[in-house]
Design a protein around this ligand. Structure first.
Ligand SMILES: CC(C)(COP(=O)(O)OP(=O)(O)OC[C@H]1O[C@@H](n2cnc3c(N)ncnc32)[C@H](O)[C@@H]1OP(=O)(O)O)[C@@H](O)C(=O)NCCC(=O)NCCS
Length: 163
């Protein structure tokens, strides 16, 4: 079992040759992480959700390229199941392999604690669904009216994958 406080992922390169390093979220990172997410999501996370990471309830790791924040991932685990709670890559850095590196990091973090990884995604988020399908996630259910949306509520797809 990897103790999370000593988890120390090695720097890596994306398939496009971008050099990435990883580190856990700190309090000073919350504002830039929220700014990144607010450019991508209609309903980004509130500050308190990121504060849950600092409190140890979730685990948030950042990907940086030459000190620039390019993406982040948030995971949790309980009772033998892992959950991918959030993942985002800055729009100018998408389609370069950062997402797949963040997902690999998420698997590495969760694998000692869980054999399955679950996630929820908006039914309209075709890009993310394609991204997850390529990473061997499969549909295990739907949650009707799960997300707030511009036109009321929107269904969630529940996806899962073995670790
Ligand atoms: C989903 C997300 C994290 C993917 O990050 P990324 O760094 O662009 O992903 P990668 O470059 O590693 O892509 C890997 C593969 O996923 C699929 N994929 C990723 N983005 C895609 C897109 N916009 N359209 C179609 N397929 C896509 C492709 O198969 C891609 O491989 P390819 O570029 O060789 O075709 C990113 O698009 C994002 O931040 N989206 C906004 C936030 C979000 O919706 N998060 C998910 C919440 S559930």
């Amino acid at each position: 079992m990897i103790p999370t406080d000593t988890f120390s992922p090695a720097p890596t390169q994306t398939r496009s040759g971008l050099a990435l390093s990883f580190r856990p979220l700190e309090a000073a990172d919350i504002a830039p992480v929220m700014a990144l997410e607010s450019q991508l999501q209609s309903h980004p996370w509130r500050r308190s959700s990121y504060e849950d990471c600092l409190a140890g309830r979730h685990h948030c790791w950042l990907a940086e390229a030459s000190g620039e924040l390019v993406g982040f991932v948030v995971v949790a685990w309980a009772g033998g199941d892992g959950e991918l709670l959030n993942i985002a890559v800055a729009s100018q850095r998408q389609r370069q392999g950062v997402g797949e590196r963040l997902l690999a990091l998420a698997f590495e973090l969760v694998r000692p604690h869980a054999s399955m990884m679950f996630l929820e995604v908006r039914l309209s988020n075709r890009n993310a669904i394609q991204f997850y399908e390529r990473e061997q996630f499969f549909e295990v259910g739907q949650r009707p009216n799960y997300y707030p949306s511009a036109r009321g509520r929107e269904d969630a797809l529940i996806l899962a994958r073995q670790l």
